[in-house]
Design a protein around this ligand. Structure first.
Ligand code: FOL
Length: 226
């Protein structure tokens, strides 16, 4: 099963959604989301199986069906990312325009979404490979991007390495929530460590400290599995 990280924006009461969408519109946080989920790690070594320019290295975003439907049609599928939609309905995509999009896939459970992602990852040494050998896509990092139901499952998984939580310093009306983060499972990085970690992770500068946007104040935090 693939290691993965969670990315989420939540208010002080762990609220994440309202009426099938985000309760806020935070332009800079959305740019942060796109940066974190799109950035693929720099290539360090060259191999005969992935050096060629016909293989696209991308990250995967796993999301629940409701989260998929919440993304504005013009931003869907998330560009330059492999989109895995989780729905118990195996025919969910049958009548959708994304049905034959090579960057979109359906999984009927979170576990099978992780397994699907793994089949597109670089084969690990001494591991039997079931990768589609002819695939033009190589998945690097795997993100769980929501929503509440899948986050509840994801935080419990020992395969969850990091939680990138944009903490919004207010409480607004919400009907979807992020689960409690157990202190016995994750450690909240001190703010300076979180900032360094994020800049290294995306190989770019990230705004530090409290960000103000309209009526909102928020900060980028990082939890790391113990
Ligand atoms: N994590 C964080 N930090 N903030 C979020 O708003 C967030 N949202 C989701 C998951 N994790 C998050 C789920 N909801 C788009 C819309 C909703 C959404 C996730 C992504 C979306 O349209 N993304 C575009 C950017 C569009 C823009 O630039 O305005 C993308 O390309 O990522």
């Amino acid at each position: 099963m693939s290691a993965f990280s969670i990315i989420v924006a939540a208010d002080q009461a762990s609220g994440i959604g309202l009426n099938g969408g985000l309760p806020w519109r935070l332009r800079k946080d959305m740019a942060f989301f796109a940066k974190v989920t799109s950035t693929v790690p720099a290539t360090t070594t060259t191999t005969t199986t992935d050096s060629s320019s016909d293989i696209q290295r991308v990250n995967a975003c796993i999301m629940g069906r409701r989260t998929w439907e919440s993304i504005p049609a013009k931003f869907r599928p998330l560009v330059n990312r492999f989109n895995i939609i989780v729905s118990r309905d195996p025919h969910y995509l049958d009548d959708k325009p994304e049905k034959n999009n090579p960057m979109v896939a359906l999984a009927t459970s979170f576990q099978s979404a992780l397994e699907l992602a793994e089949t597109y990852q670089r084969p690990r040494p001494a591991t039997a490979s079931t990768s589609p050998s002819g695939s033009a896509i190589l998945i690097e990092r795997v993100f769980l991007i929501g929503g509440g139901q899948l986050y509840a499952e994801g935080v419990q998984s020992t395969a969850c390495q990091h939680i990138f939580l944009t903490r919004i310093h207010t409480t607004v009306e919400c009907d979807a929530f992020f689960p409690a983060i157990k202190e016995s499972d994750y450690t909240l990085l001190p703010s300076k460590d979180a900032h360094s970690f994020l800049q290294n992770y995306v190989q770019d500068s990230i705004e530090e400290g409290t960000i103000m946007e309209g009526a909102y104040q928020y900060e980028y935090t990082v939890y790391s599995r113990i």
